[in-house]
Design a protein around this ligand. Structure first.
Ligand SMILES: Nc1nc2c(ncn2[C@@H]2O[C@H](COP(=O)(O)OP(=O)(O)OP(=O)(O)O)[C@@H](O)[C@H]2O)c(=O)[nH]1
Length: 480
């Protein structure tokens, strides 16, 4: 997706700046130019790009920095901070509570992916132990009820709607009442898609909202509409009190930047992004991890979420007691590949691992990604025990590399590439505790899931389960 390119371009601009012998105003200006260009190409609004640029420049005052300050680091932090600010309206959205009835109403343009997203949202919470239900208050589009019915049945979620009733307010109220009685704790109301110009439909949406008194109105926005997103988001916000946004179609060729920056301008947080047509193509959106992933810095909290989704806690073998001490060796990388191969869509997972950028395995290119991992594992299969556990960067000399290439039937260049990739990840991993990311990991079960998915030695390096918990707490309490 184009956002991966955006991340790649910004990361490349920062890397180029990092390689400059002296970081001065000229180097900073070049770096900012490159970042601005990348943002514009991703369809972020000109005004937003101008502000981002000015704010970074304002934060990084090279002349005022004390001697010995790491200027590269200051610039890097300013860029990350500014990208986060661009995407973070600073107020959290309402989140449903298990056992307590909540009504969530979905609004959006026709074809934005609203109905699909309602089901994904319901399914997400169902997997978290909620008891959700869907109400189809779209009486405008023929076939809307059938679509919702089909989606809901597939996801095994109760639904309510009518083929004959034409008043959406009536259906919405009846549906909400019924599911309240049935003790559903998350009642989702899908409304008709509408165009900005259709005043009557906007009025209808307002009435549905007034009658059902939703705890949250979610605006569903098509990520591929680019700059037009800004006007759309504002038009909806003026009619109903939009409390959160879900950006869909962030897969494929969606530029995404337009939608994301427009959302920031309307000051409603993005809570999820849709990354495909199917139920699992739905990701929690959290600004800091998102920016981290975008720049190839990893997203541990997303990884944890994913791990919890795919491996039920009670089915996980307790490997935590078997941990041994060690560094981020090739053996650990091998184990990581092995564990992650069991965990579902690789593209999503890999961008969450510190050191991997989203480009490592692009969305839609999972097959190539799998082949790459297989290739890496074949190469590692031709290494000796000593090489796999090695921590000395000088050990991998020319003759060893040639032998490994011959043994695995791969090119010398491929072996070198893999060693480079490992080096980059090891470096990134060693920096991880300093990363400024929001993680919510006080829960022992979640920690175990993460512990089981990470190579044992890697966890041990962090001080075992307790060390990991402390690190998570530390990161979680850092100011957002
Ligand atoms: N690629 C991709 N397609 C999506 C995503 N979300 C929804 N779609 C597709 O977008 C199309 C429109 O989705 P719907 O859910 O019918 O849209 P809607 O907003 O409910 O439409 P109206 O009822 O007309 O307002 C469908 O073909 C969906 O499969 C996504 O995240 N990625």
């Amino acid at each position: 997706m184009v956002l991966a390119q955006l991340g790649g371009s910004i990361a490349a601009a920062l890397a180029r700046m990092g390689r400059a012998t002296v970081v001065d105003e000229k180097v900073l200006a070049e770096c900012l130019n490159e970042i601005a260009r990348a943002l514009l190409q991703a369809d972020v609004r000109f005004e937003t790009v101008r502000d981002v640029r000015a704010n970074i420049k304002g934060t990084v005052n090279l002349d005022a920095l004390a001697a010995g300050t790491d200027k590269r680091r200051v610039i890097h932090q300013a860029v990350v901070g500014e990208l986060c600010r661009m995407l973070d309206p600073g107020k959290p959205a309402f989140t449903p509570t298990k056992g307590k009835p909540s009504v969530v109403m979905f609004v959006g343009l026709q074809g934005s992916g609203k109905t699909t997203t309602c089901t994904k949202y319901a399914d997400y919470y169902r997997r978290k132990g909620f008891n959700p239900a869907l109400v189809c208050a779209d009486t405008f589009r023929a076939g809307a009820f059938d679509q919702l019915k089909q989606n809901a049945s597939k996801a095994k979620i109760p639904f309510y709607g009518s083929y004959i009733e034409s008043d959406p307010v009536k259906i919405a109220v009846e549906g909400v009442d019924r599911f309240r009685k049935e003790k559903c704790d998350l009642i989702i109301v899908d409304t008709s898609g509408r165009h900005k110009q259709e005043a009557a439909l906007f009025e209808e949406m307002r009435q549905v909202s007034e009658a059902t008194k939703p705890n949250l109105v979610i605006f569903v926005m098509d990520g591929s509409i680019g700059q037009a997103a800004f006007d759309q988001a504002q038009a909806f916000k003026q009619s109903v009190s939009v409390g959160a946004v879900i950006v869909t179609k962030m897969d494929g060729h969606a530029k995404g930047g337009g939608a994301l920056s427009a959302v920031a301008a309307t000051r409603s947080p993005v809570i999820f992004i849709g990354t495909g047509e199917h139920l699992p193509d739905f990701e929690v959106f959290d600004v800091k991890p998102f920016v981290s992933r975008l720049l190839g810095m990893g997203d541990l909290s997303g990884l944890i979420d994913k791990i919890q989704d795919v491996i039920p806690i009670n089915q996980q073998p307790d490997i935590l007691d078997e941990l041994t001490k060690g560094a981020f060796t090739l053996r650990l990388l091998y184990q990581m590949f092995q564990n992650l191969q069991n965990m579902g869509p690789l593209g999503q997972l890999f961008s969450m691992i510190p050191g991997f950028s989203a480009q490592f395995i692009e969305k839609g290119k999972e097959k190539e990604g799998q082949a790459k991992i297989k290739r890496y594992m074949t190469i590692m299969d031709s290494m000796t025990e000593k090489e796999l556990d090695n921590t000395n960067p000088k050990l991998m000399n020319e003759s060893r590399i040639t032998r490994i290439a011959r043994g695995s039937g791969r090119l010398v260049k491929e072996v070198v590439d893999m060693l480079e990739e490992h080096k980059r990840m090891a470096k990134m991993w060693s920096k991880l505790p300093l990363a400024n990311r929001k993680l919510n990991m006080n829960n022992r079960g979640s920690l175990k899931s993460l512990g089981n998915a990470l190579p044992p030695n890697m966890l041990n390096q962090l001080g075992g389960l307790n060390g990991l918990q402390n690190m998570m707490k530390q990161m979680g309490t850092q100011k957002k």
